[in-house]
Design a protein around this ligand. Structure first.
Ligand code: HMG
Length: 448
């Protein structure tokens, strides 16, 4: 039986590797060599990666691909994408190429406000607290002047602070809700530092005040934290063209394609089961660029899913209109990200991704990422409503299956040529591989 370990974090990296290999491998030496083979050859670069997180023992590779031909607001981009799933980059590239010839993507930032809360408990009269918070609001700004000086110099800072009465949902529960402009940074550390200062100011000002009884002065701070739900930090991207130009695939007229496409979007607007997969496809495109550019994909996804439910039902983040012979397809999505801070100037590949994009500011990057999500959704819906998803997806996945079978270069070439005009399925690939290699097709094991 495996034993727990105390003080693991204090071990050296080598000792961590040894423990891991000894505990989880029958051949510790080979396991250590395997894990070390993923270390970067330049010790300085490896040290950088080691320090990003805690208890690092090695690196976990993810492909870094690029999708060229994205025309966004008249500017041409090659978009960096870090993702493990086959066909995502190809789909983005195909959609980018399609829209390149039809005016490209138009994107604009609707708002960039971030939000954070001091969650606290207060047992007393609401009116008293409301008057008090109004009176001490300048003090919140004053006490955070040191923290906000640089952000204010860049044109950002704390925008407003207000009291929220949440007692209808939970007894004695209130919030100090603050809005922030964090310019080109995602702003999490900035926001959390301000919120923690607000909590200190609130507690000390309440103590000094003679407005409250002794019991009312016992304000309990529950927590101070930004919200990753950013409905006021939103970007919109759109593509449009005359329906007659929607020659999407052979054998289907532009009008039929527009009708089928719009119907598929409508289903995602009204049906949560479909909306979840539809939005997952959008985040194929968004997450890949968010990761490549060193941003927090968990935060961005979480915000998107909450936004998708903003009217009480989970819905599609994209929308489509076919009107007066014109096809319009758009996305509106929250996108709190940064082009400074975090990993953006540290991770060598992240730095390269920003360089590829022309070192955009946060608003430009929001536009690029929204366009990537829209392109991804367009490609997936085009496949789904015409050929079906498996044809293209499995065509891209074919190499993974062949690599899993350890096919040789010659076998890969022959099998790829064979599947050129066929829909790829796992079992057909295995069959063809066995035929090419001259071995028997394995019979599936039946569970006893
Ligand atoms: P195709 O028409 O067979 O491709 O499409 P093609 O060989 O004719 O090439 C056309 C263009 O596609 C190329 O232009 C590339 O831009 C791109 P070119 O570079 O030749 O000028 N392309 C590639 N790019 C890089 N490497 C490649 C490559 N092949 C084509 N190897 C394709 C094939 C897969 C693009 C198409 O079938 C497609 O877009 N399918 C959709 C795939 C997709 O959405 N994948 C996401 C994973 S599935 C999923 O998780 C989401 C989902 O559930 C979401 C939902 O339900 O809504 C589907």
């Amino acid at each position: 039986m495996k034993q727990p370990i105390k003080g693991f974090s204090k071990l050296t990296k080598e000792a961590k590797l040894e423990w891991l290999a000894a505990t989880y491998s029958k051949n510790p030496e080979a396991t250590i060599a395997f894990l070390q083979s993923y270390w970067h050859e330049d010790a300085k670069v490896q040290k950088l990666h080691d320090d990003f997180i805690e208890n690092t023992v090695t690196n976990y590779y993810m492909p870094f691909g690029v999708a060229p031909n994205f025309k966004i607001n008249g500017k041409l981009y090659t978009i960096p994408m870090a993702i493990e799933e086959s066909s995502v980059v190809a789909a983005a590239a195909k959609a980018a190429g399609f829209w390149l010839e039809r005016g490209g993507f138009k994107a604009s930032v609707i708002a960039t406000k971030k939000i954070g809360h001091v969650h606290f408990m207060y047992e007393g009269a609401v009116e008293k607290l409301t008057t008090f918070i109004e009176a001490i609001t300048p003090k919140f700004f004053e006490d955070t002047e040191g923290l906000t000086a640089n952000m204010r110099a860049r044109g950002g800072g704390i925008l407003n602070i207000e009291l929220k009465d949440k007692t209808a949902a939970m007894d004695n529960y209130f919030q100090l809700e603050a809005h922030f402009e964090t310019c080109d940074s995602m702003g999490a550390n900035f926001i959390n530092s301000c919120l923690e200062q607000f909590a200190k100011t609130l507690t000390s000002e309440v103590q000094k005040s003679d407005l409250f009884t002794a019991a009312e002065k016992d304000i309990q701070i529950v927590m101070c934290i930004l919200s990753n739900y950013t409905p006021d930090c939103v970007v919109r991207a759109e593509v449009s063209c005359p329906v007659s130009q929607l020659n999407a695939d052979e054998g289907i007229s532009p009008e039929t394609f527009a009708m089928k496409f719009q119907r598929a979007v409508r289903i995602a607007e009204i049906e949560p089961y479909r909306a979840t997969t539809h939005n997952k496809g959008i985040y194929n495109g968004i997450d890949a660029v968010v990761i490549a550019t060193g941003n927090d994909f968990r935060a961005i996804e979480a915000a998107g899913h909450t936004y998708a439910s903003k009217d009480g039902q989970y819905r599609s983040l994209t929308h489509c209109e076919v009107k007066d012979g014109q096809f319009r397809f758009w996305i509106e999505v929250p996108m709190a990200l940064g082009t400074v801070g975090g990993l953006t100037k540290l991770h060598p590949m992240v730095k390269f991704a920003h360089q590829m994009l022309g070192n955009p500011n946060a608003e430009e990057l929001m536009c690029v990422i929204a366009a990537s999500g829209l392109a991804q959704n367009f490609a997936a819906l085009r496949a789904l409503t015409t050929t079906g998803i498996q044809k293209g997806h499995m065509k891209m996945h074919l190499l993974n299956i062949l690599n899993q079978l350890e096919a040789t270069e010659e076998e890969i070439a022959e099998i790829k040529a064979y599947f050129e005009d066929k829909v790829v399925t796992h079992s057909d690939v295995v069959k063809k591989f066995c035929e090419v290699r001259g071995i028997e097709v394995p019979t599936p094991k039946v569970k006893q």
